[in-house]
Design a protein around this ligand. Sequence first.
Ligand code: BEZ
Length: 219
Amino acid sequence: MPGLTIGDTIPDLDVDTTHGHFRIHDYVNGGWAIIFSHPGDFTPVCTTELGKIASNAEEFERRGVKLLGLSCDDLQSHREWIKDIEAYTPGCKVGYPIVADPKREVLKELNMVDPDEKDSTGAHIPSRALHIIGPDKKVKLSFLYPATTGRNVDEVLRVVDALQKSASHPVATPANWKSGEPVAISPSVSDEDARKMFPQGYQTADLPSKKGYLRFTNV
Ligand code: BEZ
């Protein structure tokens, strides 16, 4: 069976976390959420990533995004590790829950296993997977990085802005787009509808094909 991917509903799993036991759907609760996995507690790259995410908590909150970390170690280990994370990234407070998954059950359901990395007991460890969940509980975007490559939290915030922009307007965000920059009108919108939908106007790129499909506007 193919793993969890864009468009799938996030499984409503029971999870044990540093903030108690809950179901994922109750946690997401009709809003945006990000679930991100880490190869293990007390590992270098993970320690920097969790700190960076924690220090951007206000940015996620401003966008209405809840955070949920996952690492396979147990809750006691997570609690000890959080002290290191907060010490390494001064001023950061790990305010989001971290799932404990010693049996690797959540990890498999969420398609977060790294097939190449195993721990000292030979058990699979998580990849650096990250799913962005929309208010309909469906996966809107996923990252899948190997254990050796840390994620860029600015990029996570950028894609949240892009997803939220496309969720509220019939637009798509071009390469390297950042919040505040022009967006492309979706190809499914006719010119006639575009004139009504975007009274502020739009610019069409003059391309050799003359097909007029590259239309930029500001929303
Ligand atoms: C790390 O977090 O630094 C790491 C974890 C597992 C394998 C490689 C790197």
